[in-house]
Ligand binder design. Structure first.
Ligand SMILES: [Zn+2]
Length: 400
């Protein structure tokens, strides 16, 4: 048994200062323009503690001082904002049909973005291509001079809960891939924090984490692309993603909507993806992987086969939204993914069904907030970048 030593106490003190700094940083992040006095009130810290914490964050260039703010009674104080010029957060999404990359500022603004189309290939070849793209991103003039805090990678499948292992990406045909390890061998000199997460979970996280002002209590992101997935995040000081014991929570594409129906890429029959997913719509309408689904359907909007396939897919999407509402009951649902671009033929039946049935159980009239993203190309990549920031602010590593 050890007795408390001086170094232990010094460690505790350092820990406390770190906690205070993380609390201050989080308040400035969520409510830009706060003064030191506002922070002291909200975080229940003394003015002296806030003063020294803010000083440290100013010196390390995490925050900047802005305009003079009037205050009630006391002396006016300087507004505090995140420093948008100093750091970069990198995010990348490995999609079934392409790579998408962003460099973000601390507030989640995209400094630079790039993408490349890709036909599904092996993990190793994908890692080589992503490493090349990341090197290009890092050398961009808007990014190169910044301090890079780390890299988040979003992938289309469930992640093992205790290690960065992609368990399965059924639409890529990948199984148990340590993708970050593969990538690191091609980018050995990229410092900072590295992490990997499921694309819908990353997107959900970013949609909530980069919000300012009125942040929803919980948010579900539905990613409707080649496959269908979802992520649910509960807000808090350090927002929490619902994962489940095997990382399967949110895999709504593999919930069964049609027992005994068509075979899914996962091996089961009648999964939601057999009715509504990029791959099942392609299969139903004979559109190859090398073509863009949205472009291929643009000229076929009045084709009865297209109308029927998209209506059925839309109804299945509406069912998924309703099931998500009744199983997770998030305060806001955000719908993104490439299928959104298929427009009213797909979305109208989905939204009509969801709107008409969501309040039957409780008999209320208030509709759940549903936000549809017309362009969600970089949402998962940006979300993975948000996870890097969260890990730096709330994690055990010191704020650099
Ligand atoms: Zn399935």
């Amino acid at each position: 048994m050890t007795t408390p030593s001086h170094s232990h106490q010094a460690g505790d003190l350092l820990f406390l200062k770190r906690l205070n700094r993380s609390a201050i940083l989080n308040l400035v992040r969520r409510s830009p323009g706060m003064t030191r006095a506002d922070i002291a009130t909200q975080a229940r810290l003394t003015k002296a503690t806030v003063g020294s914490g803010v000083q440290k964050l100013l010196e390390a260039e995490w925050i900047v001082e802005g305009e003079l703010q009037k205050s009630n009674g006391g002396r006016p104080g300087r507004a505090l904002h995140l420093n948008e010029q100093r750091h970069a957060l990198l995010g990348a999404e490995v999609g079934v049909h392409g790579l998408r990359l962003v460099a973000c500022s601390l507030a989640g603004h995209i400094i630079h973005q790039q993408q490349m189309r890709l036909v599904p290939t092996a993990p190793e070849a994908t890692a080589v291509l992503l490493a090349e793209q990341l090197r290009e991103l890092l050398s961009h003039p808007e990014v190169a001079h910044r301090c890079c805090l780390g890299l988040g990678v979003a992938v289309p499948g469930p992640i093992a809960p205790s290690q960065p292992l992609l368990r399965r990406a059924p639409n890529l045909g990948w199984r148990d891939v340590p993708f970050l390890e593969l990538l690191r061998t091609h980018l050995p000199d990229l410092d900072g924090l590295w992490l990997m997460d499921n694309e819908a979970k990353a997107a959900a996280f970013g949609e909530l984490y980069f919000r300012t002002g009125n942040v929803p209590t919980s948010l579900a992101y539905v990613s409707a692309g080649t496959g269908i997935g979802s992520g649910v995040v509960e807000n808090g000081h350090d927002p929490l993603i619902t994962r489940g014991v095997q990382g399967l929570a949110g895999e709504i594409g593999h919930t069964i909507l049609q027992p005994g129906g068509l075979y899914c890429h996962c091996g089961n029959r009648g999964c939601a993806e057999t009715l509504v997913s990029g791959w099942s719509i392609r299969a139903a309408l004979g559109i190859g992987e090398e073509e863009s689904l949205v472009e291929a359907l643009q000229s076929r909007q009045h084709d009865p086969d297209v109308e029927m396939t998209l209506r059925r897919a839309g109804e299945a999407l509406g069912t998924l939204l309703l099931n998500l509402h009744h199983t997770m009951n998030p305060s806001e649902i955000v719908l993104g993914g490439s299928l959104v671009q298929l427009g009213p033929l797909l979305l109208s039946p989905a939204l009509d069904y969801f709107e008409a049935n969501q309040n039957r159980l409780l008999g209320t009239t208030q509709q759940v907030k549903l936000k549809i993203l017309d362009d969600s190309t970089f949402v998962a990549a940006r979300g993975a970048a948000a996870q890097v920031l969260a890990r730096v602010i709330h994690g055990s590593v010191d704020i650099p």
